[in-house]
Each structure stands twice: as structure tokens, then as C-alpha cells.
Write a protein that binds this ligand. Structure first.
Ligand code: SF4
Ligand code: SF4
Length: 422
């Protein structure tokens, strides 16, 4: 293994093979396979570093089937950063074997460019609404993204006609009395798939006296990082650091749990470039997730249409395990008068969405989702809320599939509803 992975080797060497991680891994729970659990991943990466491991289909499957949910890390006595080991193993894999062309196109051409990505999403929407996807499937285009792409198409119910950025000109970004100024980082999931959530976030921020500056950002880079494409992840991070610096705000808010987690990790991408690292640190310090920013400052809320509702919360892995934000969303929900908060069993268990995991590994992801739905049913909740676009989409699919009469809302939509004046 390349010298740059020395720190990962030190990390995996801490694994004492106790196997305690087995009981906490959602993928081990559905496959029962040692290669899918943290102990197995650490052994694979260690073997790679010691040049004893052959890179073959088995190696690839094992590493790419991990959700990067970090449940193993949170339940490991030596706290081995298996997530980092898995990503380093993936990076080594694509370096040696190469990357599918479609994936390179997504990470290097589409995700760094809002306009190109917008056109691509339009094309997807057209396919979804007119049957073009059947043609794409026949041509084998969809299969680039995974063998279960056909089934996975149903996860996204519909792609909206208008993206959030196209609506910005019509939104109120300035409160009557400005108390603070924030930059709003627009996550791709919200811009293209759930623009109404972005609108809610902006409305709540303005309602709390914040002047909102919309960042001219691209994708945060997490999808590329997760698949081991460090070059693409760094490229997007550089662009975003520049875009956020221009806004000169003290706070950067995003309601995307994955974006906030990754923006806070930007400094780690630039260990070999001290100037960029310092700029990344300055940005990372300013980043706040929606509930992290709102919980300490939001006052009394009204209940309105929520009165009498039973609400539960799903912890996105990138909020709870990557950022330690657990209390804040619950505090926010408990500020809504007239509602009951009910804790879901295993609320922090991954829903199986994990970025594009549900598309690339549909069957596995659905088994993980089934467990989440079982836990959800036990709550008897009317509303399930969370703080990540991937989770909103995956959980909405789970509720639709299971035919449950439960509304899935992002927490900013919930707070917008509770902030409405009678
Ligand atoms: S990753 Fe942690 S919990 Fe799992 S076997 Fe290694 S030391 Fe034990
Ligand atoms: S990150 Fe999650 S899916 Fe991957 S090994 Fe750890 S617990 Fe299992």
C-alpha cells in the first residue's frame, strides 16, 4: 500500500479481533458474513497494506458493501476508525483497478458543476416521466450504476420540475429586523430532489432574524470521497471553500446532515497542503447543521396542524455518529406544544440509504430498511422526522412500500409548520 496509507495501517492494527462490532453492524445483520463486518474490513485493509491481499471481486464486494455508518466505530473499545480504513481501501482499489467511466463522469464532471448536474437531473426527470428510462435500461446505461438500478428507480417518487436555486429570486432572504447573517449551503439532494425543504429552511432562518446568503456551492464532495475518489472530493472542497469564503459570514448553515458532516471534515482532505488546510479549518469552524444552529436560539413554537400528533426522529449516521448531534433535534421537537415525542427503538440504526448505497446495493439496502420500518411501527408515530435528504428519500420509500400511514418530514419542514402563526 502507498505510504500515504500508513496512518490507516496504524489504525487497522489497533483491531484486536474481539468481534464486538458484529452485534452492531447493519450489514452483518443481513449477510451474516465476516467479510462485511468491521473486523473483516480491517483484516482486508491490513492485508492490502502488508501486500498479502489480492485485489479481486471478493475484496471489492466486501469493501463497497459497507454503509460507512460508523456503528462499528461507536461500539469498538479501541475505537478503530473502520470507516476511514474502508475509504482508504476503496481509494486503493480504484487506483489499481480504475473507476467505471460513468462514475468518473459523475464525480469529475457533473457533481462539481451545478449547471451540468442540473441538466443531467432534468434528463433523469424526463426519463422518469416519459419512459426514457426504459430506453436507457435497454441500452445498458442504467446498469453502469449497479445491477439493481431497475428496482432502485422507484426509490425517488418524483423529480420536481423546479429546482431550489431557480426559486431563490422569489424568496424572502432578509428579515424585517436583522439579528444575524448566515450563509446557506445548498445540498444537491435538496436543490434537485427536495426543494421544498430548502424553502422551509430559508423561511425558518429568516423567521429567526437571519439574513440568508445563498452559497454558490457545488456538491460537498462526500459521494466521491465515499467511493474513494479523493481527487474529485478535493476538487469540490476547493471550489466550495472559495464560494463560502466570498460570503464572509460567521456561520454557515445546511440542513443536510451529510454536507455539514463533510464540510467539518474538509481539513482532513488537505493534510499535504497546509495553506488549503488552514482555509478549510476556517470554514469548518463556521459550519452548523440545521438543528445544531436552531435548537439553542429558537423560542416558543405554536402547534397548529401538528397539535395532537405523535412524532419520532431517525438519527442520520452523519448527524449522530459523525457530528455528535443527537440532543438538538429532539430538543427542537420537544419545543412544539401539543405534540408527543416518542423515541424509536434503535433510532440511530442506519436506514440503508447511505448516499447512493440504496441504488448500488438495492437488495441489501432494503433489508436494512425493513428493520428500520419494524422499529418505526413500534412507535405508533404519525410523523417521522430526520435531518438528511438521503434519509428522507429512503424512509419515505420504506413507508410507501410498507403502506404505513406515517408522514416523513425533514425537521426544517416540521419547524416551519410549527412556526406558522395561527
Ligand atoms: S473493529 Fe473493534 S470491535 Fe470490531 S473486532 Fe476490531 S477491535 Fe473488536
Ligand atoms: S460502517 Fe456500518 S456497515 Fe460498515 S462495517 Fe461498520 S457498522 Fe458495518
Amino acid at each position: 500500500m502507498n505510504e500515504q496509507y500508513q496512518h490507516v495501517y496504524e489504525e487497522v492494527s489497533k483491531c484486536n479481533r474481539c468481534g464486538f462490532c458484529q452485534a452492531h453492524c447493519p450489514i452483518f445483520a443481513v449477510t451474516g458474513s465476516e467479510k462485511n463486518v468491521a473486523r473483516g474490513h480491517n483484516a482486508h485493509v491490513r492485508g492490502l497494506a502488508e501486500e498479502k491481499m489480492e485485489i479481486n471481486a471478493d475484496f471489492k464486494d466486501a469493501l463497497f458493501e459497507c454503509l460507512l455508518c460508523k456503528a462499528c466505530v461507536s461500539n469498538c473499545f479501541p475505537a478503530v476508525r473502520t470507516d476511514k480504513a474502508v475509504v482508504a481501501g476503496r481509494a486503493e482499489y480504484i487506483k489499481r483497478v480504475g473507476q467505471p467511466k460513468a462514475m468518473r463522469l459523475v464525480f469529475h464532471t457533473l457533481l462539481p458543476d451545478q449547471e451540468k448536474l442540473g441538466k443531467f437531473v432534468r434528463l433523469l426527470a424526463l426519463g422518469k416521466n416519459t419512459g426514457l428510462s426504459k430506453l436507457a435500461r435497454a441500452m445498458g446505461i442504467l446498469s453502469w450504476f449497479g445491477k439493481d438500478m431497475d428496482k432502485a428507480e422507484g426509490i425517488v417518487e418524483k423529480i420536481p420540475r423546479t429546482f431550489f436555486r431557480q426559486k431563490v429570486g422569489t424568496l424572502r432572504l432578509e428579515p424585517a429586523k436583522v439579528k444575524t447573517e448566515v450563509a446557506y449551503f445548498v445540498g444537491c439532494g435538496f436543490n434537485y430532489m427536495l426543494p421544498h425543504v430548502s424553502e422551509s429552511t430559508v423561511e425558518v432562518l429568516v423567521g429567526q432574524g437571519a439574513r440568508v446568503k445563498i452559497a454558490d456551492n457545488c456538491c460537498c464532495g462526500l459521494p466521491a470521497y465515499g467511493y474513494g475518489d479523493m481527487e474529485a472530493a478535493r476538487n469540490m472542497a476547493r471550489k466550495n471553500i472559495e464560494a463560502l469564503e466570498k460570503l464572509k459570514t460567521e456561520v454557515i448553515v445546511t440542513e443536510c446532515g451529510s454536507c455539514s458532516a463533510f464540510l467539518k471534515e474538509y481539513p482532513e482532505l488537505f493534510e499535504d497542503d497546509q495553506i488549503m488546510k488552514k482555509r478549510a479549518e476556517a470554514i469548518a469552524k463556521k459550519v452548523k447543521g440545521f438543528s445544531e444552529f436552531m435548537a439553542p436560539q429558537i423560542g416558543a413554537l405554536s402547534a397548529n396542524s401538528l397539535e395532537g400528533k405523535k412524532i419520532t426522529y431517525h438519527d442520520p449516521c452523519h448527524m449522530s455518529r459523525y457530528q455528535g448531534v443527537v440532543k438538538e433535534p429532539r430538543d427542537l421537537i420537544k419545543k412544539i406544544p401539543g405534540v408527543t415525542y416518542t423515541e424509536m427503538p434503535e433510532a440511530d440504526r442506519c436506514c440503508g440509504g447511505a448516499g447512493s448505497y440504496n441504488i448500488m446495493h438495492y437488495e441489501q439496502s432494503m433489508k436494512v430498511l425493513e428493520k428500520k420500518m419494524e422499529n418505526l411501527k413500534k412507535t405508533g408515530a404519525d410523523i417521522l422526522t430526520t435531518e438528511c435528504p438521503g434519509c428522507v428519500i429512503q424512509l419515505s420509500y420504506g413507508v410507501r412500500k410498507a403502506g404505513l400511514p406515517i408522514k416523513v418530514l425533514h425537521i426544517s419542514e416540521l419547524i416551519k409548520e410549527a412556526s406558522r402563526k395561527g
